[in-house]
Write a protein that binds this ligand. Structure first.
Ligand SMILES: O=C(O)C(=O)C[C@]1(C(=O)O)C=C[C@@H](O)C=C1
Length: 116
């Protein structure tokens, strides 16, 4: 298997470094956007502010991605830090999306049909 770390080109100057980073950002940004779409789905399915943050799931994700990072020749501590920071952003976004969906008419759990 070609590890991710083995795909990094040796660079002679910062232009080459930045070209490499830009090429990866072209791949990363659409994936981050797609991931954010699942936060909207989660907000609607959970439909409860108290369920947005899920510590057990956060730990399960960390436990899954650390060995993946290691297998790709990366630094698992770095990837864990990035994932924890990223998930905090997605948790904020999930709260934001739940508030937006509620403003658009999503009824709080168990209150379908209740008068405001
Ligand atoms: O799996 C969930 O419950 C989600 O809402 C997604 C997600 C994430 O993957 O970023 C976000 C918030 C939770 O704390 C756990 C994980």
């Amino acid at each position: 298997m070609m590890r991710a770390i083995d795909k990094v080109n040796h660079c002679q100057n910062m232009q080459q470094v930045r070209d490499g980073v830009n090429a990866l950002d072209d791949i990363l940004v659409p994936l981050l956007v797609e991931r954010s779409g699942y936060m909207t789905q989660a907000a609607r399915v959970k439909n409860d502010e108290n369920l947005v943050r899920d510590e057990a799931r956060i730990q399960a994700i960390i436990d899954r991605v650390r060995p993946m990072a290691q297998a790709q020749g990366g630094n698992p501590d770095l990837i864990e830090r990035i994932y924890r920071a990223m998930m905090e952003c997605y948790i904020d976004y999930e709260h934001q999306e739940l508030a937006r969906l509620r403003a658009e008419g999503l009824q709080p759990q168990g209150r379908e049909g209740e008068q405001a």
